[in-house]
Design a protein around this ligand. Structure first.
Ligand code: SF4
Length: 183
């Protein structure tokens, strides 16, 4: 189903709504608490952010994408850096990774890290490639993800935002373009 400019505009308008901010800030804290309890190992290699190489896709709701981009753009403005641009998203799609991924310069192994770790979306906070000593790490991750997803849908309803579940770069391109649709 095609995205519409009205949908994108509504998400962007609601990105700084107090109820939206409260929800995502609290969700981040709850996820951090579960992760602390599970103690998965992350070597911060950025491997999971190389979507094509890692063989997975990340999805977000339209409202979450608008919230994350608004927070990152604000943080970037404070350090005089560019906001997210459609051309950044296009370049990431070409590479098969995320526009917020930063390559470590001078590292021959090509390792990378998240350049916006503080503001990364919920999916990035829940996913760990480490499955734990018992190999069952995907169980707590799936349960937590599904719980959050249900709550995100309820948030869309509560603030009267159209609900769409989109591939991460598709959502970013739409929000970066504003209501000029590029995806
Ligand atoms: S936002 Fe950060 S953690 Fe999430 S996919 Fe992009 S680079 Fe990786």
């Amino acid at each position: 189903m095609e995205l519409t400019s009205d949908q994108i505009r509504r998400w962007c308008d609601l990105a700084t709504h107090p109820e939206v901010e409260r929800f995502f800030v609290e969700a981040r804290l709850r996820i951090a608490e579960v992760v602390r309890g599970q103690r998965p190992i992350c070597l911060a290699s950025g491997a999971c952010c190389h979507f094509d190489r890692f063989g997975h896709r990340m999805y977000v709701s339209g409202l979450e994408a608008a919230f994350v981009v608004a927070r990152i753009d604000a943080a970037r403005r404070a350090r005089a850096a560019n906001p997210l641009r459609v051309l950044d998203v296009d370049a990431a799609r070409g590479r098969g990774d995320c526009p917020y991924l930063i390559m470590r310069s001078g590292d021959p192994s090509g390792s990378a890290f998240c350049g916006e770790h503080e503001e990364r979306p919920l999916g990035c906070r829940i996913f760990y490639c480490d499955r734990g000593a018992d190999g069952r790490g995907d169980e707590w991750q799936s349960a937590l993800y599904e719980e959050m997803h249900r709550e995100v849908i309820a948030l869309h309803e509560a603030v009267d935002a159209p609900y769409r579940y989109l591939e991460w770069r598709e959502a970013l391109a739409a929000v970066a373009a504003g209501d000029g649709i590029t995806a």
